[in-house]
Structure formats: structure tokens, C-alpha cells
Design a protein around this ligand. Structure first.
Ligand code: ZJS
Length: 262
């Protein structure tokens, strides 16, 4: 929304959805009270020539470790009861009317019907679609949300949700509690999650971890580039390409995961 809302005309609902709002951990901050997200404060550059700020940073970072620790504890506690699960990534920007969104719902449903809990980033778009499908299948529908510099709520199909301050803590949960990754079409965030998973498998930090890309028309170009440029120039081994399975049908997502599960 680029126009400034007229507070007198706005309903409570509009104020809720349109106001500049962000979360800092469990705290919700609106309008001019907004600050920086926790991740941004952690990663903030401090001029190394400024001795006073350097020393202040040392103090703050030491205490920050406790907050990071507590986020791991809360995450481990929340997820400890999750049985077999698959993490689904994909664009936050998919429109509910788009074919990719309905594909996401079908993927979530197929995974749920096969007995898997579905874990997503808890946000809109592909995440919402996969959570919807899982919920409809009666499976556990989990959303691991992240604090962002604008209002960010869990999508309505999440039955077990958590809001994380730190990206890297949340990412640990995505991998630790899932036995496979599924990527729907997506942008930077999806590619980041995909390549982090690939690196973990390639370096054998996780084993027997299928990574399934859904949508051959969307992912085909990336795979061609990986084969024709990365593998051809020796940046990856030809076998690394086998770490990825590309499918179009939700049932094939389940089949690919089951084929890789002992
Ligand atoms: C409309 C909008 C941009 C909302 C952002 N809200 C988000 N909420 C939760 N996870 C997210 C969000 N944006 C990106 N991600 C993470 O990055 C991936 C999607 O990023 P992208 O849209 O492909 O690049 C998701 O799998 C999710 O884990």
C-alpha cells in the first residue's frame, strides 16, 4: 500500500493488516515504533575504528548468545513430537489463484495422505498452499515463521507454528526434523534453502535426504545450467546432479521420497 491510510476511515481490520508492523521475537511493533529485526542487529556492521562501539558490541553479542540458545531450546521443544516430516519450500509471492499455488496444495495433501507432517516457512504463497493441503489431509501442518521488517503472520493453515528471530536457528529446524525437502517454484529464499540443502547432502552432513523439485518447466533451466556449466567446468561432480529429482506430479513427490527412504 503506497497511500497513507486515513486513521479515521480505517476499520480495525484494515489497521491490523495495513499498518507498518513487525515482530521482534514475541513482541509486535507498529508504525513509528519500528526498529530493526534481530537478525539485522546481529549482522550489523560496526566501524572497527570506533573503539567504544566495538566494546559495546562485544558485551551485547555475549548476551545475545543466550537468546540464540533459548531459541534453539524452544524450537527443539516445539518440534520434539514431530514424527515423519517433509519440509516444503517455495515462493512467498504465489497468488492463491495461480496454478503453482494449487500444485502446492496438491503436494501438501499428497504428503499428508502418505503420512508425513508438512513443515513450511509458515508464510504466504507456496508455504500457505502446502500447509493447506497438509491440513486438508488431516496431517500435522507446521509453520516455522521468521521475524521480518514488515508484518508477517502465520498462514491460517498452520496448526503448529513458531516465530523465529534468527534465520539460522529456523533453518536448523527445517533440516533436523524433516527427512526430505520439496521445492515448489520460488525466488531467492527458495534458492537459498535449496542450495543449503544440496550443500549439506553433498558434504555428507545429512545422508539419505531426497531433494525433490516440483515443476520441470520451472526448474529445467537451472538443471541445464548446473549440468552444462557447473558440471562441465568441474565445479561440481556429474554425480552431484543425481542429488536432485525433478517431478511434475504430486504423487511422484511421495514416490521419490519413499524410494530414498530405507
Ligand atoms: C510477501 C512476502 C515477500 C512475504 C515474506 N514472508 C515470508 N514468510 C516466511 N518465510 C519466508 C517469507 N519470505 C521468504 N521466506 C522463506 O523463503 C522461501 C521463499 O522465498 P522466495 O519467495 O522464494 O524468495 C520460503 O520457503 C520461506 O522459508
Amino acid at each position: 500500500m503506497s497511500t497513507t491510510p486515513d486513521p479515521a476511515a480505517a476499520t480495525a481490520d484494515e489497521a491490523e493488516t495495513e499498518a507498518d508492523t513487525c515482530y521482534v521475537g514475541p513482541i509486535r511493533i507498529r508504525r513509528d515504533q519500528q526498529g530493526k529485526t534481530t537478525d539485522r542487529r546481529l549482522l550489523e556492521w560496526i566501524d572497527p575504528r570506533d573503539a567504544a562501539r566495538r566494546s559495546d558490541r562485544t558485551m551485547r553479542d555475549s548476551w545475545r548468545v543466550l537468546r540464540i540458545q533459548s531459541e534453539f531450546v524452544a524450537g527443539f521443544d516445539a518440534m520434539s513430537e514431530v514424527a515423519e516430516a517433509v519440509t516444503v519450500f517455495g515462493s512467498a509471492r504465489l497468488h492463491p489463484e495461480s496454478p503453482e499455488y494449487s500444485l502446492g496444495v496438491r503436494v501438501g495433501r499428497a504428503l499428508g495422505e502418505a503420512g508425513y507432517a508438512v513443515i513450511t516457512g509458515g508464510g504466504p504463497g507456496a508455504m500457505e498452499a502446502a500447509n493447506q493441503g497438509a491440513h486438508q489431509a488431516g496431517a500435522q501442518s507446521i509453520g516455522l515463521n521468521i521475524e521480518l521488517p514488515f508484518e508477517q503472520g502465520l498462514n491460517p493453515w498452520v496448526d503448529l507454528g513458531m516465530n523465529f528471530r534468527y534465520f539460522f536457528v529456523r533453518k536448523t529446524m527445517f533440516v533436523k526434523y524433516a527427512q526430505a525437502f520439496v521445492c515448489l517454484p520460488g525466488g531467492m529464499g527458495t534458492l537459498d534453502e535449496l542450495f543449503e540443502a544440496l550443500t549439506l547432502v553433498q558434504t555428507k552432513k545429512v545422508v539419505r535426504f531426497p531433494i525433490v523439485l516440483v515443476g520441470s518447466d520451472f526448474w529445467g533451466g537451472l538443471l541445464d545450467w548446473m549440468r552444462d556449466v557447473l558440471a562441465a567446468r568441474g565445479m561440481i561432480s556429474p554425480e552431484d546432479l543425481d542429488l536432485l529429482t525433478v517431478v511434475d506430479d504430486p504423487d511422484d513427490v511421495v514416490a521419490a521420497i519413499e524410494a530414498a527412504t530405507p
